[in-house]
Design a protein around this ligand. Structure first.
Ligand SMILES: [Cu+2]
Length: 97
């Protein structure tokens, strides 16, 4: 019983402490200026450790720093303010790859 609780709390802790990998499908990015603009606005965020924009797949791939997460609403806000449309946001936990 105690072991079970320990395992569950370790699991929860690892979920929380690890960096997040977030893929955002974006509509409207057509050229490298679009990509650069999005890269710039996301790399300013303290939560973000790296960002990669692919025009071919229309995906913005974000990695957060350890212990950090980025709200969907924040992602949507930045993309929408830049003039693009968020189609889908997918999250992966780095440790469960
Ligand atoms: Cu463009």
């Amino acid at each position: 019983m105690k072991i079970g609780i320990a395992l569950v709390s370790m699991f929860l802790l690892s979920q929380y402490a690890s960096a997040k990998e977030i893929s955002v499908q974006v509509n409207g990015m057509v050229c490298s200026f679009c990509a650069q603009g999005i890269e710039k606005s996301f790399s300013k965020l303290p939560e973000v450790s790296s960002i990669k924009v692919s025009l071919e797949t229309k995906l913005v791939s974000l990695n957060t720093k350890d212990d950090k997460d980025l709200d969907d609403s924040k992602i949507k806000e930045l993309i929408t303010d830049a003039g693009y449309e968020v189609v889908k946001i997918e999250r992966k936990n780095e440790q469960n790859k």
